[in-house]
Design a protein around this ligand. Structure first.
Ligand SMILES: C[S@@+](CC[C@H](N)C(=O)[O-])C[C@H]1O[C@@H](n2cnc3c(N)ncnc32)[C@H](O)[C@@H]1O
Length: 505
């Protein structure tokens, strides 16, 4: 993981490319058939790419390098002194954002290669440090479709630079080849495909960023070949260290990026329309934002230990067996160990009634009222005291199929009641709710089947912080999928509202 860094290094997103990596990139590009007449390195730092390019691309008649940092510029200049092909290099101490890129690129001989490793920083990261290394506001706001990629408030500088360069090079024979965070590469591709930029062919080569840059993020070499018209909205995936071994294909389908274009194309008939089937709706686990008070371990009959190390005797009414995301993901369930206080059955329930129905639990919550009242999230404002979220009749259904959003593998677990009480989950878990064990087991089997996993894999980018999202889960038309697998009759499909009466308490 990243050690302590100089704030200036952060402001300028400064991660210099090792020479060996720059050489490796150039040789992969050559193997792809890249033979540039001119090369542009827009933020060249210590010139690793400039040197690799002048040595590797004998075809390059012009090589332009820009760098904002005077110290780096001087060092880059010195490094180039003894290069036999120094005369083709035009090194400039300049700011990327002050350049008229369409004009610069228009004047270069074709094919043009835009090569480098732009700053790894976001505008809000800069703002937090008082940094100023940002594009001019007027430029920035006039940029086509930029709101869509920046979400207005925060944006990734590398993403901005790449889109700017792709736009500037559109209409020319050019290749963009840049080292960026994988998430940046995906956003750039998504933007380019959305706006029908003339990318004929694209590829993503994953790199070992921890090894090369000492950072704990997923990073890659993004390659986009520009031509007269757009090609398929797909990019092939490779590892830079095994550049001929095809690992998969990401793509742009129905207005969104998909992680596996082939799987998507094969299984697209199972995509749910609209909001889907309410009785088979994925829900998040319970959100309470106060685990030290609300999550407990049972140490005796009706006696629990909270996260503060306090022993407390509680009525059974509002205490439920719970599973955390890690329990669901690992399948190592030790039911009966963890418990959660769920003071409501719906978010509008008046919790103060507990004072009479479960006075010990009420006293416990009042005694920890300060911690609960301090919960920062606005969702608790104007709600009954001690309110929780992510609850409804589905929380109290006896049978569930659950998956943890934080883990890097798809494993759907069937979870049944314990001691006659429904099991609840923390808010890293998504689940479906059922009345019967048979329904839950059938659905878990369907979701864990090869096609079920492949469907979700088509939408899941495993390097994301929370790879499995409720939106991805909700994309599957479970009833249609069950029908195609000959299992529809196993889904009773009763409205979840009737489950409240049948649910176990
Ligand atoms: C991630 S480093 C990579 C440097 C070089 N491209 C390489 O591959 O080694 C980003 C570089 O961008 C430079 N930089 C940051 N903002 C810039 C700007 N507005 N214009 C030009 N260069 C800039 C930084 O000083 C730093 O050298």
């Amino acid at each position: 993981m990243m050690g302590k860094r100089d704030p200036r290094q952060i402001e300028f997103g400064d991660f210099q490319t090792p020479d060996a990596l720059a050489e490796q990139v150039v040789s992969v590009l050559k193997a792809r058939g890249v033979k540039p007449a001119s090369v542009v390195e827009p933020t060249c730092g210590l010139a690793a790419f400039i040197i690799a390019a002048v040595r590797g691309f004998g075809s390059a008649r012009r090589v332009i390098g820009l760098e904002i940092n005077a110290d780096y510029f001087a060092k880059a200049d010195a490094r180039l002194l003894n290069e036999p092909r120094r005369p083709v290099v035009d090194l400039r101490l300049a700011d990327f954002f002050s350049f008229d890129w369409p004009v610069v690129i228009r004047e270069l001989p074709e094919p043009v290669l835009l090569l480098g490793n732009p700053p790894w920083v976001t505008s809000s990261g800069l703002g937090a440090m008082g940094g100023t290394n940002l594009p001019e506001k007027s430029n920035f706001q006039g940029h086509r479709g930029l709101d869509a990629i920046t979400g207005k408030g925060n944006f990734d500088i590398a993403e901005w630079i790449l889109i700017r360069l792709l736009e500037a090079a559109s209409g020319r024979r050019a290749t963009l080849a840049m080292l960026v965070k994988t998430s940046t590469a995906r956003r750039v591709l998504s933007h380019a495909w959305r706006f029908k930029m003339p990318i004929e062919r694209a590829a993503v080569y994953e790199i070992d960023a921890a090894n090369h840059f000492d950072v704990g993020v997923s990073a890659c070499l993004l390659v986009c070949d520009l031509g007269p018209s757009p090609g398929p909205t797909e990019a092939d995936l490779f590892d830079l260290d095994s550049p001929t071994v095809h690992k998969g294909t990401i793509g742009y389908r129905d207005g969104a990026l998909v992680a596996d274009a082939r799987a998507f194309d094969r299984l697209r008939r199972f995509i749910a329309e609209g909001d889907g089937d309410d009785a088979l709706r994925w829900r998040s686990g319970v959100k309470h934002d106060c685990s030290a008070v609300m999550e407990l371990r049972r140490v005796g009959d009706g006696v629990f230990l909270n996260g503060l190390g306090e022993k407390v005797r509680l009525e059974p009414d509002f205490v439920f067996p719970m599973m955390k995301g890690s329990d669901v993901a690992s399948g190592r369930v030790r039911l009966g160990e963890r418990w959660m206080i769920v003071p409501q059955r719906s978010t509008s329930d008046d919790t103060s009634r507990m004072c009479e129905t479960a006075p010990r639990t009420w006293d416990y919550l009042v005694n920890h009222g300060e911690a609960l009242d301090r919960r920062g999230s606005s969702i608790y404002r104007k709600r009954p005291r001690f309110a929780v979220f992510g609850i409804g009749p589905y929380t109290f259904s006896p049978w569930k199929v659950a998956v943890c959003g934080l883990y890097k593998r798809l494993a759907f677990a069937t979870v049944g009641p314990m001691e006659g009480r429904p099991v609840v989950f923390d808010d890293t878990v998504y689940h479906l709710s059922f009345d019967t064990e048979a329904e839950a087991r059938t659905v878990a089997e369907l979701l864990n089947s090869a096609d079920g996993r492949e469907f979700f894999n088509a939408f899941t980018f495993w390097d994301a912080k929370r790879p499995i999202t409720v939106d991805v889960l909700r994309r599957l038309d479970l009833r249609g999928f069950a029908r195609a697998c000959g299992k529809e009759s196993c889904l009773v499909g009763r409205s979840i509202d009737t489950r409240e009466e049948n649910g176990l308490f």
